[in-house]
Design a protein around this ligand. Sequence first.
Ligand code: PMP
Length: 334
Amino acid sequence: MKYANSVLDLIGDTPLVKLNRVTEGLKPTILVKLEYLNPGGSIKDRISLKMIEEAEASGQLGPGGTVVEPTSGNTGVGLAMVAQQKGYQTVFVTPDKVGEEKRDVLRAYGARVVVTKTSVAPDSPESYYGVSDRLTREIDGAYKPDQFSNPAAPASHYESTGPEIWRDTDGRITHAVIGAGTGGTITGTGRYLKDVSADRASGPVRIIGADPDGSVYSGGTGRPYFVEGVGEDMWPGNYDQTVADEVLPVTDAESFAMTRRLAQEEGLLVGGSSGMAVVAALRAAEGLTEDDVMVVILPDGGRGYLAKIFNDGWMTEHGFLPEAADATAADEAA
Ligand code: PMP
């Protein structure tokens, strides 16, 4: 019989698949790593498992404990799944601007969700950081992983994501393209790939950051953008600036157009940060040769974005789909 003993044993070991259509005209082999195949649906399952295991090992989390984290996204799902399997409670704090559907996913895993007002200063006790700090103090046996500064987050990528990529490319990878949010993925994966290839005759793996245009990682001020999960308006503790050799800014419009093409032409229903990373990869691949092997990490799936990136109305409303607006007008005129 072939089965896993627990859903936690299915985290990681995600496959690489070659892009065949959107890469037309480019010489390198461009492979994408499908992180939506993790059981919680995103790359965040990896850090969730490692952060909880480390907290257990250090005694910060024990029987009857509760995991408290200000998150509504993929990390919440990963933490909810891992904590539940290990017998812990979870409390997530989310601002009220976050859609009800995202909160429902967390509740479906058995988590408690506390909603805070978006319209308060970040340092206010009413903010979602403030409320999560208070709950961590008040709840007996509470532990706050803090994915922005917890060293277990990049460590999980150093120990799993990086080695998987090196193994599956037989050490032939020349470039890795990785988006940064908290910075854990690029720091841990990039550092491993550089370390393992440091003495290679052809030189170390080149690490290319992909970033929403406007975010600090690519030289922006932190002004808003719509791609979710990536980019920052501050420098988190887990982002090591020495890892990326370059960071390429990508606009929302480019990211979303590519996200749609990945679904329609490559059969990959992925999120906007995946489209963003592929745009950066294709740009970086210009001028490279047949000998180059590029790996692009695709952090999550597209189901959570059906009402946005995959919705013509939303895309047109935000100016990301001018052709569709014209086409509709033409259809109506005809
Ligand atoms: N894409 C998505 C959809 C994410 O949720 C995240 C996590 N914030 C990332 C990319 C970036 O990963 P990291 O936080 O490790 O930089």
